[in-house]
Design a protein around this ligand. Structure first.
Ligand code: ADP
Length: 322
């Protein structure tokens, strides 16, 4: 049985990038009977979220979103990172072994810095907290978007370094990137990300969703002219959301029968239907939030039991514990 682990930050509403990059692969892996470990990476989120009210709201939303989108606590282990202190503890041990140069090479940190976003030591050492998340649970596979691949490789590298220096403690994880996913572009064509303000949220209100889809940036091709479907971001979304009439649409693009506006309207209808069941489930769960909290507590207890064992092994390997 393959042990698959992933985490998501509660740093804003979930968007399409999260859905294709993280959620959908995870739900399908769960349905295929793998051993799924899934947590809310709230400690990671504190590298950027500063407002307590926003934090509370985001935490709640993300729990509801995941359960609504098909995460099944009967089949998967689901917990909040900050409820299991072993994550922070192991992160410290890994940081002490991590060469500065390795962290300095992290694309994600470099990009944020280059964009002038606020940086802090937590953001810089973030890959080691992420390595701790992964290594505590002997994960085989870590499904992530392309942008996080390097972080998973760092987890692998630091695990290898540890094993070489202190004996076999860690299992080496593999990043897993679904082929068709890669990086989902946002409204402006660059990577869809909360930090870039170019997202389309999964559970956006009807009006907001419509407006956002209409604002996806496209080339300026006059109506009636053929459009190359492969270079159109709207067409790419039709494909991702499994439009059953993709072939017809492709033909219409190539013959100039359809323009960007009409294609976007069709995309809205497609997406609204795609998430309709999840939307209903989410509304139900929201009314009974106490049971959601119970699910989280039970998950944290199970996760802590596993994580504590690994941490003990780590401490023994370096001589801190007998
Ligand atoms: P954001 O960039 O909006 O802050 P996160 O960093 O919280 O998103 O990402 C959570 C998960 O979703 C990660 O597995 C990440 O790789 C994936 N993900 C986020 N944005 C995208 C995207 N544009 N394309 C593919 N996967 C993405």
């Amino acid at each position: 049985m393959t042990r698959i682990l992933t985490g998501i930050q509660p740093s804003g509403s979930l968007h399409w990038g999260n859905f294709f990059g993280a959620i959908r692969p995870m739900i399908s892996a769960q349905e295929q009977g793998n051993e799924m470990f899934f947590f809310i990476a709230d400690l990671h989120a504190f590298t950027t979220v500063r407002d307590p009210e926003t934090f509370r709201k985001n935490q709640k939303n993300i729990l509801l979103d995941y359960l609504a989108l098909g995460l099944d606590p009967e089949k998967s282990l689901f917990w909040r990172q900050s409820d299991v202190s072993a994550h922070s503890e192991l992160a410290w041990f890994l940081m002490c072994l991590a060469p500065l140069g390795m962290l300095e090479r992290a694309h994600s940190f470099k990009d944020k810095k280059a964009k002038g976003l606020e940086t802090n030591a937590g953001l810089f050492t973030y890959p080691m907290l992420m390595a701790a998340d992964i290594l505590l649970y002997d994960a085989d596979q870590v499904p992530v978007g392309k942008d996080q691949k390097q972080h998973v490789e760092m987890a692998r590298d630091i695990a290898q370094k540890w094993n070489t220096q202190f004996g076999e403690v860690f299992h080496l994880p593999e990043p897993k990137i679904a082929k068709e996913v890669q990086t989902i572009p946002g409204l402006d064509g660059q990577k869809m990300s909360k930090s870039y303000g170019n997202t389309i949220e999964i559970f956006a209100d009807e009006k907001v969703l419509q407006k956002k889809i209409l604002s996806i940036k496209t080339d300026s091709i006059p109506l009636g002219e053929p459009i190359d479907p492969e270079s159109c971001p709207v067409f790419a979304f039709h494909r991702l959301f499994e439009n059953p009439n993709l072939k017809t649409l492709e033909r219409q693009y190539k013959s100039g029968e359809i323009g960007f506006g009409a294609s976007k309207k069709q995309l809205f209808a497609l997406v609204w239907e795609y998430f309709s069941e999840a939307r209903q489930k989410r509304a139900k769960l929201e009314k009974d939030f106490a049971s959601v909290e119970k699910i989280m507590q039970a998950g944290a207890e199970k996760a802590a039991a596993i994580a504590e064992k690994k941490l003990e092994q780590v401490k023994k390997s370096i001589g801190i514990s007998q």
